[in-house]
Design a protein around this ligand. Structure first.
Ligand code: SAH
Length: 221
């Protein structure tokens, strides 16, 4: 039998190999992170006209004018966050739910919040479909954190703030780590890692990134 080979009908196993190769070549080296990213299919989180680009290392549009992050950035942020199997993690900016799904495979519990109800509902449906029962998604203004569930071992912010929000810093455990893009919303931002110590907070600059802005208040939908 001959098989016609079109680029848009690539064999899923080959597509996955290329996806993982791209991640590694862009610095995602933590084997635990690579294993989860191999398992969770990004194609489930991208719908409509962009669905066929889900395995490219590029951010893509999702509803409510937001974006699903570039896979290599998801991988690099996750490895910088370094979540442990007993950790409780807060993610600000559920978006498509992809980053939360990756975190769910690496820690005990994930809380993820978004200001858009539609995004939270669509992400929840995918978490159910995948049987990811350790994720709690809710509509909330993440710039205030999630005081009811605080403190957290890890906090990952996937929208850019002008400064690391004070309420999020306060909701980090001592020894905890927060990764957050910081800078003006329409410019290149710097991804920083904040570690809370007994004495205060240590800051490391990781790399340049570009995220949609962290916007205060709930969205219209
Ligand atoms: N982590 C997502 C990508 C996030 S895009 C993924 O894996 O697909 C950034 C998200 O942050 C958007 O969905 C946006 O609605 C959300 N956001 C922006 N400001 C927010 C705020 N104050 N509280 C909660 N979510 C916010």
């Amino acid at each position: 039998m001959t098989v016609d080979h079109h680029d848009d009908e690539e064999d899923p196993a080959e597509r996955k190999m290329r996806f993982l190769f791209q991640l590694r070549s862009r610095g995602v080296t933590d084997p635990r992170v690579l294993a989860v990213m191999e398992r969770i299919d990004r194609g489930l989180f991208v719908r409509g006209q962009f669905a066929d680009r889900a395995y490219e290392d590029t951010p893509l549009p999702i509803p409510c004018g937001q974006t699903i992050s570039q896979p290599s950035v998801v991988g690099l942020m996750t490895q910088s966050l370094n979540p442990g199997p007993r950790d409780t993690v807060l993610e600000i900016g559920t978006g498509s739910g992809y980053q939360a799904a990756i975190l769910s495979g690496l820690c005990r519990r994930v809380y993820t919040v978004d200001r858009h109800r539609r995004l939270v509902q669509e992400a929840e449906a995918i978490f159910r479909q995948l049987g990811l029962h350790n994720i709690t998604a809710q509509v909330a203004d993440g710039s205030r954190g999630l005081p009811d569930q605080a403190p957290f071992d890890r906090i990952l912010v996937t929208a850019a703030a002008e400064d690391p929000p004070g309420s999020l810093l306060a909701q980090l455990k001592i020894g905890g780590i927060m990764v957050v893009p910081v800078g003006q919303s329409d410019a290149v931002q710097t991804l920083i890692r904040v570690t809370r110590t007994d004495a205060g907070y240590d800051y490391d600059e990781l790399r340049q990134v570009r995220f949609v802005p962290l916007v205060e208040g709930l969205g219209p939908t």
